[in-house]
Design a protein around this ligand. Structure first.
Ligand SMILES: *Cc1c(COP(=O)(O)O)cnc(C)c1O
Length: 407
């Protein structure tokens, strides 16, 4: 099996599934019993594979982790209750007071907030323009252990220099964490540019239906953990390429407990089967809407990596299979933002992204409201900026809806 979708759809059958069920069943279960107490002990001691307690392991979640590993072409994955659970736990599990992170300044807002919280615990963070490897390199110090970037930033769609930063991190022995949520493993596998760990919010494109929260971290096998000073002796056994994910699972998932539930894992696994179909259609719809908006007299600017005049268009074209479902645009000052949005009938006014429905949100007044007008201006967030997450509707209906918005 080679194709992306073939592998996802048939992955559960790599292991025997109970009663031949074609979907991995939902194991709504917390504890596991053993006939021989020695087996129970061996599982706890890691000498035998098996299930211990629902906070760390559950067969439904193990099946989803295996799917995500296949999607990312990685070695091993761990799932969490949300994308933020995955990000927070990864940083907590791997870094110590005194360490330093270099992060993209163009970040999902809650990740930005989280990294600022870490600075209160003596893990310093420097935010840089990650479209440039030089900016990352200039911020690196003796104490830097980790570089954190996203693929395509939300809402202004800057594309990090994913390849250049990967080469730099490999030379410097830095853990390179790439949040792949916006591209999803269908459009891009960060492993190919040297990522050590890949984050996905399963809530978005992988789950895809806006009906379950989840997150994941995948170990790619690119990083040599023997040179990383923060791995506890207990987790230094076995394949050194997996020490990082082992520590994330033990010190992170087990001790912090941001666990995914089996029902959510089932929803996400079902959704993931159509990831390629949905994201291709969402990318096509996004491009069609961006071309329409770019040519519209009431629109000031459109931000989408699929447009030829986007500053990182060539980089995106080289790295990504398509340009994704997220874009944003600014209105001319004489157009009323609220009236435009309220005339939309197909496109839903909502905050999520990666749903089957096309969603629109006025950025400055919602997800960037807390920052205030000055920070927004410094981040290039115009007061009229609208973010769109394209869905899988028929593109004629979306174009007609946008046209109605301007009437
Ligand atoms: C939504 C999102 C997250 C957080 O995911 P949740 O599942 O909502 O916690 C992290 N990173 C990016 C890029 C996101 O878009």
């Amino acid at each position: 099996m080679k194709g992306f979708t073939t592998k996802i759809v048939h992955n559960d059958r790599q292991d025997a599934i109970e009663h031949g069920s074609l979907h991995k069943p939902i194991h709504a279960n917390v504890a596991y019993g053993y006939d021989d107490a020695r087996d129970l002990a061996a599982v706890f001691q890691g000498q035998q594979s098996g299930y211990s307690y629902g906070r760390q392991v559950n067969p439904t979640i193990t099946a989803l982790e295996s799917k995500i590993t296949v999607m990312e072409d990685g070695l091993s994955s761990v799932c969490f209750g949300t994308g933020m659970g995955a990000i927070g736990t990864t940083v907590f599990a791997l870094l110590r007071a005194g360490d330093h992170i270099v992060s993209s300044a163009f970040l999902f807002g809650n990740t930005n907030s989280l990294l600022n919280t870490f600075t209160q615990m003596n893990i310093d963070v420097t935010f840089v323009d990650a479209t440039s490897t030089e900016a990352v390199a200039e911020a690196v110090t003796e104490r830097t252990r980790m570089v954190f970037v996203e693929t395509i930033a939300n809402p202004r769609t800057q594309v990090s220099d994913l390849e250049g930063i990967g080469t730099y991190c490999a030379q410097r022995g830095l853990v390179y964490v790439v949040d792949n949520t916006m591209t999803s493993p269908f459009l891009f596998q960060p492993k190919t540019v040297g990522a050590s760990l890949v984050i996905n919010s399963l809530t978005k494109y992988i789950g895809g239906h806006g009906n379950a929260l989840g997150g994941a971290v995948t170990e790619t096998g690119n990083f040599d953990w023997t040179s990383f000073p923060n791995i506890y002796p207990d987790y230094q056994g076995g394949d050194a390429a997996k020490w990082g994910i082992t520590q994330i699972k033990k010190k992170g998932l087990r001790d912090f407990g941001a666990s995914l539930g089996p029902e959510a894992a089932h929803h996400i696994a079902m959704g993931s089967e159509t990831l390629a179909l949905r994201v291709q259609r969402q990318s096509d719809n996004a491009l069609a809407m961006c071309r329409f908006l770019r040519d519209h007299p009431q629109v000031k600017r459109v931000y989408y990596p699929g447009l030829e005049d986007h500053p990182q268009h060539q980089r995106a074209e080289k790295l990504f299979r398509s340009f994704g479902g997220l874009f944003s645009f600014e209105l001319h000052s004489d157009v009323d933002l609220w009236e435009f949005l309220n005339r939309l009938k197909v496109i839903v006014k909502s905050s999520n992204l990666g749903d089957n429905r096309t969603l629109a949100i006025p950025v400055a007044h919602t997800i960037y409201y807390e920052m205030g007008p000055e920070r927004r201006a410094s981040m290039g967030i115009d007061e009229s900026l609208i973010r769109i997450s394209s869905g899988i509707e028929d593109s004629e209906d979306l174009l007609a809806d946008l046209a109605t918005g301007f009437e």
